[in-house]
Design a protein around this ligand. Sequence first.
Ligand code: HEM
Length: 118
Amino acid sequence: MDLLENVFVLLHLLGMAAIVGSAVFVARGRATPALVWGARAQLVTGLVLVGIVESGDEPVNHAKIGVKLVVAIAVAACAEIAAAKARKGEGERPQLVTVAGGLAVLNAAIAVLWTSAS
Ligand code: HEM
């Protein structure tokens, strides 16, 4: 189970890298496939991780998970809307892309800095 958990943590970190790398560092203002798929991947890998951690002995901080889930849904919504507008030829939505990148950084900060186990 440990290996499985570690593999999903790796996928979770790669998803974060795709979002932040694309939105903040590489393609600022453009809703790239990396941004959209990274945002989708965070929801899937995050929920799988909750299941894996829940099945082990470590306590799960449900408040923290709940906040991260809401933030991740907002990231995915921003990415999906920006990508859909661009696909339909309705122009780029750079603000939405920036918000998606910023919220992903916020979620990484919550993941690392919110340390209480309650
Ligand atoms: C943009 C979205 C997200 C980002 C950037 C993000 C970022 C991170 C990071 C950086 C870690 C590693 C923390 C560490 O190992 O110290 C982590 C762990 C974790 N994340 Fe996320 N996360 C996101 C979304 C989610 C969602 C939606 C869920 C679940 C609903 C979730 C559940 C978890 C869990 C359970 C862990 C702990 C894994 C473990 O220690 O075994 N994450 N996240």
